[in-house]
Design a protein around this ligand. Structure first.
Ligand code: FAD
Length: 380
């Protein structure tokens, strides 16, 4: 994209090169196939200081803006969204934490996170709570000078990784309507009364996704983020950042799907010529690249507006909708171009397809993004 500034272009290339030389596609593939959390990759990224991105300088971070963060996400996801997810679940949760944390919480949680010694996971969904987040039931009751947590969370990505703090949306007051009475607690994943069980989903094999049971888990009041009853506001603030980062990641993964399909089409020969010579294949690739470029432009627009502090919920929802569907579509087309070879894990395309099927669900489904967009539409 030639409208990136020189600094942004250098940053984009730096993270891309790091992925190629330090992380590698083979490492991403291996973690996916073996369902291994990418501790080594996480440590390498922490060593670069990239976990400080967007964390305000007063809290010891590097500051920067969300556009640069989006460029990083795009590159980190090139060999599969899940690798980026293993970091981003932590980084976008840390960003929300740092904006509402007490100075003591910044010292205890955010600083160790930036040093790569601690991770975060975000626990909103429950068995009965998906798109309608306001229905959260997990209960937190004050008992003496502790809160007692009881209930179940579902799809809690990254919750089982070592040294992870669970950012838990809980109901502290059931009598003040669905959006009121919610609060957030920052609960270490080795707290007694917290039981974390892996779920064998088709994606998120390296980050891992879990069901988490809270059975009389007792936590101190200083585990609360912000104030009691602020949970809804904090989670809403969180969602725009989360959606920009994941949309940028879908674009990075989708671009790699196009690149891999193009390379294969140029190399694979049938009927005495490279299959790229068949017009149907060339046109398919042209459509794929056009779709990815359009998704990238939408993500950059949303990130640019967010970095300038402009309201952009509609543009963020458009970016999430379009980029997730772009990843799903181009990876499926890539699979078709690669024929039988695309089915093999070594070809990587089957991983991109799996990511594409989840992209339109996680972080808010495509239907919910369309609902948000429609809600913000005005006559121009
Ligand atoms: C691999 C994976 C990782 C995840 N990681 C996390 C995580 O780390 N933390 C976390 O809190 N959650 C996580 N989630 C949960 C994810 O955010 C939810 O799956 C998502 O919000 C959708 O909720 P649901 O699956 O319960 O679907 P439902 O809300 O039950 O929706 C089912 C279908 O109905 C449609 N639908 C629902 N309401 C409407 C409506 N009003 N209008 C039109 N259509 C509607 C949906 O679009 C969808 O097609 C993860 C999920 C997966 C699969």
């Amino acid at each position: 994209m030639n409208f990136l500034s020189e600094e942004q272009e250098i940053w984009r290339r730096t993270v891309n090169r790091f992925m190629d030389e330090e992380i590698t596609r083979e490492y991403v593939r291996k973690c996916d196939m073996e369902r291994q959390y990418p501790y080594e990759g996480f440590d390498k990224i922490a060593a670069q200081g990239w976990l400080k991105a967007l964390i305000p300088e007063e809290a010891g971070g590097d500051g920067g803006n969300i556009f640069d963060y989006a460029l990083m996400c795009e590159a980190l996801a090139k060999y599969g969204f899940d690798f980026a997810a293993s970091l981003l679940v932590s980084t976008f949760t840390a960003l929300n934490v740092v904006h509402h944390a007490s100075p003591e919480q910044v010292e205890r949680l955010v600083k160790p996170f930036m040093a790569g010694k601690l991770r975060f996971a975000i626990l909103i969904s429950e068995p009965g709570v998906g798109s309608d987040v306001s229905g959260v039931k997990l209960r937190a009751r004050l008992d003496g000078n502790e809160y007692v947590l009881n209930g179940q969370k579902l799809w809690a990505s990254g919750s089982g990784a070592e040294n992870t703090v669970l950012c838990v949306l809980a109901r502290t007051d059931p009598d003040v309507g669905r959006h009121g009475g919610l609060s957030i607690f920052l609960v270490p994943n080795d707290t007694p009364g917290v039981d974390i069980q892996p779920i064998e989903t088709v994606v998120r094999r390296m980050t891992g996704t879990y069901q988490v049971y809270f059975d009389d888990a007792r936590v101190a009041p200083d585990t609360m983020l912000g104030e009691e009853g602020q949970g809804w506001q904090l989670i809403t603030d969180h969602l725009d950042i989360e959606r920009i980062s994941i949309s940028a990641s879908y674009v990075g993964n989708a671009q790699q799907a196009v690149d891999d399909a193009l390379a294969y089409a140029q190399e694979r020969e049938q009927f005495g010529r490279a299959i790229f010579e068949f017009q149907v294949i060339r046109h398919r690739l042209a459509d794929m690249q056009t779709r990815v470029d359009a998704a990238r432009l939408m993500v950059y627009r949303a990130a640019d507006m967010a970095s300038r502090g402009e309201p952009c919920t509609k543009e963020v929802a458009m970016a999430k909708l379009f980029a997730s569907e772009a990843l799903r579509e181009v990876s499926l087309q890539g699979l078709q171009i690669m024929g039988g070879h695309g089915q093999l894990p070594e070809a990587d395309m089957e991983r991109y397809v799996r990511e594409g099927t989840q992209a339109t669900i996680g972080g808010g489904t495509s239907e919910i993004q369309r609902t948000i967009i429609a809600k913000h539409m005005r006559h121009s």
